[in-house]
Design a binder for this molecule. Structure first.
Ligand code: ARG
Length: 472
């Protein structure tokens, strides 16, 4: 530890320790240091410091030469970090002080002028917002990549008949394309939530200083502009106390992880021998060490499970933030790890789901055979009674139920019932009813907007491509 407390040095207390005579206990340092994880903020920290230095000079608060030296020195620090040559120090607590201390080593006295009118409180809020903003942009392109895979597969299987389920019971026939386009929509909303979060977070905390603003004539608009913010945050206390953006990021992330988990669960089901709707290639299958016949969808199971981590992270940070009085509290240092971890988890989950989709061979015959099971055209039968005989739907439902029971007793499909058996239940039924009892005809009839008819689905895939992929 440096003895000269008037100069920036090699431990944190030289940054703030003018009134301290001893250094921190090892345990104090261990609990206090965030450098092991917040070094991920280095790029944002340096960009924000450079903007601050430029503004200080433009406002005549520091000399141009000092500002230039600071900016060039920070570029050198960045180059060292990126070359893996930077020695991060726990004694210097966090990324802010690690960078500033190294800057002081490189350029000397002017480095000490950088922190004018600024605090680590507005600094960390600024850096972290910039990081979350970048993360949202990166995840947007990963989500779009998954949408592209979903749309490609949906287009190829726009007409692949499969059972649609409610309660995981065969309900009505749909197509695989329709099923996958449902996920494309969910991801579209996830991307919308990410955009909303980005938009709302995009106010600059920089210049709020510790909490109350500063007596220096900072130009907060200038730094906000340079960093791509829409403007400075209006209230200096809110600026340093706000972690809504992290909570919103984790909320968006939680809903996304739920969607990924649902799709992953479909894969687990579809890969089972009982369903066998999909076969994953070797690239996305794993074997068992004891059962040679096994091909396990481990990636899908892991994506399904990872939602637990993501939702846990949201819960965790909600609990950290609740009840914190204005403004900054060190509690808030606990905001970064969950956000970083969730970002990494989602990136991997999105890549895994995209990879699995592209590595899938769908067993169209199996799905089509299943689609006819479980009286999946019963609704079409009821609709026929309404359309042709003018029967109220409730009554048609009842009549259809009686016909299903007969089919069940005879152990046959609705399409195999004798006309006379049907007429015994409802005398108005004619031969024409068979035209809606096959799965193909039932499906072809689902032409309402957003419906499952293969023609609709093919068009919907084209539309989805336009909405989500083109020119985005
Ligand atoms: N490492 C700290 C964090 O992440 C930076 C802000 C520290 N501010 C302070 N007043 N101690 O929250």
């Amino acid at each position: 530890m440096s003895d000269d407390k008037t100069k920036p040095g090699t431990d944190a207390s030289t940054m703030w320790g003018g009134r301290f005579s001893g250094g921190p206990d090892a345990v104090m340092e261990a609990i206090n240091a965030s450098i092991d994880f917040d070094k991920r903020l280095y790029r944002q920290d340096i960009a924000a410091s450079q903007a601050h230095a430029r503004m200080l000079a433009a406002q005549g608060i520091i000399a141009d030469e000092d500002s230039n030296a600071i900016i060039a020195g920070l570029d050198a620090v960045k180059a060292e970090i990126e070359a893996g040559e930077f020695a991060f120090s726990r004694a210097l607590e966090d990324i802010h002080m690690n960078v500033e201390a190294r800057l002081a080593e490189l350029i000397g006295e002017p480095a000490g002028r950088l922190h004018t009118g600024r605090s680590r409180n507005d600094q960390v809020a600024t850096d972290f917002k910039l990081w979350v903003r970048d993360a949202l942009d990166a995840l947007d392109s990963d989500m779009q990549g998954l949408q592209a895979a979903l749309i490609d597969v949906a287009e190829a299987h726009a007409d692949a008949i499969m059972p649609g389920f409610t309660h995981l019971q065969s309900a009505q026939p749909v197509t695989l394309g329709h099923h996958l386009l449902a996920y494309t929509e969910m991801l579209g909303r996830d991307r919308g939530r990410a955009r909303d979060c980005r938009e709302r977070l995009n106010e600059s905390p920089l210049g709020a200083a510790a909490l109350a603003g500063t007596s220096f004539s900072l130009d907060r608009h200038m730094t906000a502009d340079e960093l791509g913010f829409s403007g400075p945050a209006a209230n200096s206390m809110d600026a340093v106390a706000d972690r809504d953006f992290a909570l919103e990021f984790l909320s968006f992330a939680s809903i996304l992880s739920v969607h990924l988990s649902r799709l992953a669960e479909e894969y687990v089901i579809w890969c089972s021998q009982q369903f066998a709707y999909v076969r994953l290639g070797d690239a996305f299958s794993t074997g068992s060490s004891i059962m040679p016949q096994k091909r396990n969808p481990d990636a899908a199971e892991l994506v399904r499970a990872k939602a637990g981590r993501v939702i846990g992270a949201l819960n965790g940070l909600m609990i950290v933030m609740k009840g914190l009085p204005m403004t900054y509290g060190k509690d808030m240092q606990e905001d970064k790890e969950p956000v970083f971890e969730v970002h990494d988890t989602l990136k991997l989950s999105l890549a895994a789901m995209t990879g699995m989709l592209r590595d899938s061979t769908f067993q169209r015959d199996r799905m089509a055979a299943d689609a006819g099971r479980g009286f999946a055209t019963a609704t079409d039968l009821a609709d026929w009674l309404v359309r042709v005989l003018g029967m109220p739907f409730r009554q048609a439902h009842h009549v259809t139920g009686a016909l299903v029971k007969i089919a069940e007793d005879q152990n046959c499909d609705l399409a195999d019932l004798a006309l006379s058996d049907m007429q015994a239940v409802e005398s108005g039924i004619t031969e024409d009813i068979y035209s809606v009892l096959s799965v193909e005809s039932a499906l072809a009839g689902r032409t309402s907007f957003g419906g499952a008819a293969p023609g609709n689905v093919a068009e919907a895939a084209v539309e989805a491509r336009k909405r989500f992929l083109d020119g985005a």
